[in-house]
Design a protein around this ligand. Structure first.
Ligand SMILES: [Zn+2]
Length: 240
């Protein structure tokens, strides 16, 4: 019996390592996805600001063209002043000149506002660029590492299974059956409750009767926790 308990401890240690690999198989792809999404989000944020910047540059160009066009008109009107004959003509050309000056003023104002906006957007683009580079530098090696680990999971499990195959034949069949049954019901894969001098079930924390505690310490037969059903094993059965 003592030997069986020792092998059970070995078996649980092996099974927990398999469990760990299975958990990784489940969680690592999600982590890769999360890290990739961070890069994609940063790229998208950068692209958005670049589009806004491009639009502002386009608008600035349009207002500059408006200024140029109004300036040409203004020059032509001013030339016409030299050949004016009547007062009526004079008033009309002056009104034209006023209107063109107004257009130039407001177009220049718009252009100046856009110059300020473009400077602000260029700074934002630079910030987003830096952020994207930071995230990419940080995440890329993590993604590679996770992908390597995902790629190794199957062979890791196969290796650990070999260790399992070595322990299995050493265990009494009915004890193995009991262990597998309890383990199959446990999400965390822990079927054994390791009992320490504090006399408490390590799975459900029920305090054990002194007599039961002594029997577990002696390790003569398989004892199940009355509260949670775990197989109770003294923490160091090989020393019994
Ligand atoms: Zn218990």
């Amino acid at each position: 019996m003592l030997e069986d308990l020792q092998y059970l401890l070995e078996l649980q240690e092996i099974d927990l390592r398999i469990k760990e690999q299975e958990l990784a198989q489940e969680q690592f792809p999600e982590q890769v996805e999360k890290l990739n999404k961070q890069i994609a989000d940063a790229t998208e944020a950068l692209e958005k600001v670049k589009v806004t910047l491009g639009q502002a540059e386009e608008d600035k160009k349009n207002w500059e063209e408006q200024v140029e066009k109004a300036q040409d008109g203004l020059e032509r009107s001013q030339e016409r002043l030299n050949s004016i004959r009547t007062n009526r003509e004079y008033d009309a050309v002056h009104a034209e000149i006023e209107a063109q000056k107004n257009i130039i003023n407001s177009a220049e104002q718009r252009r100046n506002n856009l110059i300020a906006e473009i400077e602000r957007l260029q700074a934002t683009v630079a910030e987003h660029q830096t952020e994207l580079e930071r995230i990419t530098t940080e995440n890329t090696p993590q993604i590679q590492d996770l992908k390597d680990k995902i790629g190794a999971i199957d062979s890791n499990i196969a290796e650990i299974m070999k260790e399992r195959e070595v322990v299995i034949p050493k265990l009494s069949k009915h004890i193995l059956r009991q262990y597998d049954l309890i383990r199959s019901k446990r999400k965390n894969g822990r079927a054994l409750s390791i009992i320490k001098p504090n006399r408490t079930c390590s799975i459900c924390f029920k305090v054990l009767e002194p007599q039961l505690f002594n029997e577990i310490k002696r390790g003569i037969k398989v004892q199940l926790c009355q509260s949670c059903g775990s197989i109770m094993i003294w923490e160091a059965p090989e020393q019994q």
